[in-house]
Every structure is written in structure tokens, then in C-alpha cells.
Ligand binder design. Structure first.
Ligand code: SF4
Length: 447
């Protein structure tokens, strides 16, 4: 783990999925941590990412992409959660996020890099620690980021934190948000990097950016896309430096962050680093960043996570991958793994549950049947919430086909348990299957 001059990046690893009208479907290794890491690697910087994929083929694609760029990933895959993904649509020159599933990113825990001492060892030889804020509200990822920040401060390593976007922190007040971003440090990290929407949300509104207060951070940097950036209140323009001033391309903010860190490590002060980072982001937008066209351009197929190598089933196990999924390579055909019961908020492992009384998933949706665990707990709301999330994903992707685990009270396509926990199956469909079929999605049983 000892790489002199290395940048350690803590944050999300996602499969990014992009729909471009008249061009089709594209994927790439994404998420804030991967984007920043790949930008830094392209500048020749050694990088280590502390982030988590799942065990599925999408996670394998991410890990292979990072390895090909010589980015180190010392964190083992989370076996019980599929790799996270983000679905975007391009409208004009702007990418709009339609769906986010954080997946395995939620499972970042300090023991994912081995014994406790290993986490601090990630910083051996490090010259900079960068934290992306998306997981800070979650217990595991938040603790990992704060632990690394404390260790970095003790060693005198500069720390930057990227505040992310307001949608990732629903209901979080400005003061609580700033407190979160201080990572438990006093004073807070050396550099706070904010997008314009997040700066508005956290109380650095546009009208006052000319006097952006530091508020306990060493330096506040507000990124403004084609209008440049503000560093501690001073505007550093990009005027005339980019070809497409309206472009709002996913990952451009992360390219700015990567450029800022690379310039800082090269000896630039914050203002000069922001100027160089602006140019890096502009180049990134012009280059069309790293997308791979999916060979099969049909709509993504939704697949039960437990059929896609992920141990998401109630007993903490995976189920055999059906032959029709092949090796699952997302650049050939895109499969998006979903576990409705996890999406509904249930843990893994969890008590088995069955649909009680007749009518299957459709009756549960209609309020005429419930889903209960073997010990009698009513988990209907969680099953309905999970079904709604999967239906939202189908809408966001235009999916017309799903391959879901046969026999499950969520995913069963032709049969489910009879509600007596006796192992007897009856004809019927799970709650998520009923929701998908209502929208015209065809569901095949995966065995
Ligand atoms: S059958 Fe469906 S709900 Fe159950 S573990 Fe698999 S994906 Fe999750």
C-alpha cells in the first residue's frame, strides 16, 4: 500500500449508464471516486481508491477498468450487495440523472481492507486524501472517511472534501451539512469543494460568493461549470476556454477535483490550482469522457441480484447464475441487478417471508394480502417500497424484460410459497413481478 506521492480517494464506485438520443446506450466505470481517480491517473499520479463494488460482473468491469489505469483498490467486494449504478439521459448537451442505486457503496466498512490496522496503512506514503461526501450519512462509509481523515490530519497530509449534490442529502440543513463535511476535524479539511447547487444549499449563495466564507475549512472552492470557479470569494473565469459553454456532462466536476489535486500536488496554490482544474474539466467535456458503447443496444435487462453472483437472498447466499446471463459483461449486454427486498430496507440475512392468503403480489399491491415473516412480522410496506423502486428503475431505463428469481415473494414469476412456511409452492407471482407486469415489463423465471 506504500506508494510515495499517492492520492487516496474515498468515495463511490458505480457503473455509469448513459442513454444518448440517436446514439444509444453507453457504460463506463463511474462514481465520484472512480472519476477523480481516473483523472489523477491520467495525469500520471499514483492513486488508491477506498470504495466498494459488489461481486457481480458489473463490479468486475469497474475493478478491471481501475486496474488497467494502475489505480489500486485494496477493498474487497461486498458479497451481499450488487455493484451500485447510476442511470443518466443526455438532453442536448447536459446529462440528467434518472436513477441512482448506491448498492455496495453502502457496505464500505473499515474491515473491508482486512484487520483494523490496514485502513490506516492505506495512507502510508500518501500525499493527499480526498473524500467524496456521498456516503457520509451512512454509518460504515462515514466512519471510514472520518477515520482516514483523522489519520491524515495526524500525519500532516492535506485533505479535500467534495460536497456532492443536494439530492444526495435530502432534508439535511445547511449547518448539519457543513458539520458533516468537516469530517469530525477542527478545523475542518484544508479544501471544501462545492458545486453551485450545493453551495446554494449550504449557504454560499450566488450573490455572496464574492465573499465566500471559509466556515471552518482551510479554503472554500465553488465550481461553476462553464462560468469558472470561486476560490475564497475570488472568481476565476473560464471565459473563451471551452467550446460548449452549455455542456453539463457527468463527471466534469470530478475532473475538476482531480485537476485541482494534481495541480496542488505540483506546487500550485489554490487559485492557480483552480485555474488549471477549470482547464482540465473543459478538456474532459471536450474529449467525451471514457464511455464504452454497449454492443447489444437493446434496453437493459433487470435481473435479481441473487442471480447475479450477489449473496442478497434472505439466507445470506447467492443463487446460481442462469445460463442466459452469460458472463454478464456490461459492455456486451447490460444487466442491472436489483434486490427489491434490500431496496425496501430489509437487511441481509433476514427472516424468510411469504405472501399470506391468496392472490399473490397483485393482491398485496391492492391491499388484499400481506407479506409476513415466519415469526409473524408484517413486512408488507418494505415489499411494496422495493417493488416501487424497481418499477422506477424500469421506467428510467425503458426496460421491457426482467429475469427474476423464481419462487420468491418479491421475484417469483410463476410460483410462490403458499404462506404456511411448509415449503409448498402454489401458482402465483411476487410483489415486484406484479408491479413490473402492470407496466408491461415481461418477466422470465430465473432458476
Ligand atoms: S429473490 Fe429477489 S428479493 Fe429475494 S434476494 Fe433475490 S433479488 Fe432479492
Amino acid at each position: 500500500m506504500d506508494k510515495p506521492g499517492c492520492v487516496v480517494v474515498v468515495g463511490d464506485l458505480m457503473l455509469d449508464v448513459l442513454f444518448v438520443p440517436e446514439q444509444g446506450l453507453f457504460v463506463r466505470a463511474g462514481g465520484s471516486a472512480a472519476n477523480v481517480a481516473l483523472t489523477l491517473a491520467s495525469e500520471g499520479r499514483p492513486v488508491t481508491v477506498v470504495g466498494r463494488t459488489g461481486p457481480d460482473p458489473n463490479g468486475r468491469f469497474l475493478r478491471e477498468t481501475l486496474a488497467a489505469a494502475s489505480v489500486e483498490l485494496p477493498v474487497s467486494p461486498a458479497m451481499e450487495r450488487a455493484t451500485g449504478f447510476s442511470v443518466m439521459h443526455r438532453h442536448g448537451a447536459a446529462d440528467r440523472v434518472a436513477y441512482v442505486e448506491r448498492g455496495a457503496n453502502r457496505c464500505l466498512e473499515s474491515d473491508a481492507v482486512g484487520p483494523p490496522a490496514n485502513l490506516a496503512r492505506v495512507l502510508d506514503g500518501a500525499a493527499w486524501l480526498h473524500v467524496s461526501a456521498y456516503g457520509l450519512l451512512e454509518p460504515g462509509p462515514g466512519a471510514v472517511a472520518r477515520g482516514l481523515a483523522r489519520a491524515a490530519r495526524d500525519r500532516g497530509i492535506p485533505i479535500s472534501v467534495d460536497a456532492g449534490v443536494p439530492q444526495a442529502f435530502p432534508g439535511l440543513a445547511a449547518d448539519a451539512g457543513l458539520d458533516l463535511l468537516r469530517l469530525g476535524l477542527d478545523p475542518g479539511p484544508d479544501f471544501l469543494i462545492l458545486s453551485e447547487p450545493m453551495s446554494d444549499h449550504l449557504g454560499y449563495p450566488a450573490a455572496q460568493r464574492a465573499a465566500a466564507p471559509r466556515r471552518g475549512f482551510g479554503c472554500a472552492v465553488v465550481t461553476g461549470g462553464s462560468s469558472g470557479a470561486w476560490v475564497d470569494g475570488e472568481r476565476l473565469g473560464l471565459d473563451g476556454e471551452i467550446d460548449h459553454p452549455d455542456a453539463d456532462v457527468s463527471g466534469a466536476g470530478d475532473a475538476f477535483v482531480g485537476g485541482f489535486i494534481a495541480a496542488g500536488l505540483g506546487g500550485a496554490g489554490p487559485r492557480e490550482a483552480a485555474r488549471l482544474a477549470n482547464r482540465m474539466a473543459a478538456r474532459y467535456v471536450a474529449a467525451g469522457p471514457g464511455w464504452r458503447r454497449v454492443a447489444c443496444q437493446e434496453a437493459p435487462v433487470l435481473v435479481s441480484a441473487c442471480l447475479f453472483d450477489t449473496a442478497s437472498a434472505y439466507d445470506g447466499e447467492a443463487r446460481p447464475r442462469p445460463a442466459e446471463l452469460g458472463d454478464g459483461d456490461p459492455t456486451f449486454r447490460l444487466y442491472l441487478p436489483v434486490c427489491p427486498e434490500q431496496a425496501g430496507g430489509l437487511t441481509t440475512p433476514r427472516p424468510p417471508a411469504e405472501i399470506r392468503t391468496t392472490g399473490g403480489g397483485a393482491a398485496v399491491i391492492a391491499g388484499r394480502a400481506s407479506v409476513v415473516t415466519r415469526d409473524g412480522r408484517d413486512v408488507t410496506p418494505a415489499f411494496l417500497k422495493g417493488a416501487r423502486r424497481v418499477a422506477e428503475l424500469a421506467r428510467a431505463t425503458g426496460a421491457t424484460w426482467a429475469i427474476l428469481k423464481e419462487g420468491s415473494p418479491s421475484c417469483g414469476a410463476t410460483r410462490v410459497d403458499d404462506g404456511t412456511f411448509s415449503g409448498r409452492k402454489v401458482p402465483g407471482e411476487g410483489v415486484t413481478v406484479a408491479a413490473l407486469r402492470r407496466m408491461g415489463v415481461s418477466v422470465s423465471p430465473g432458476e
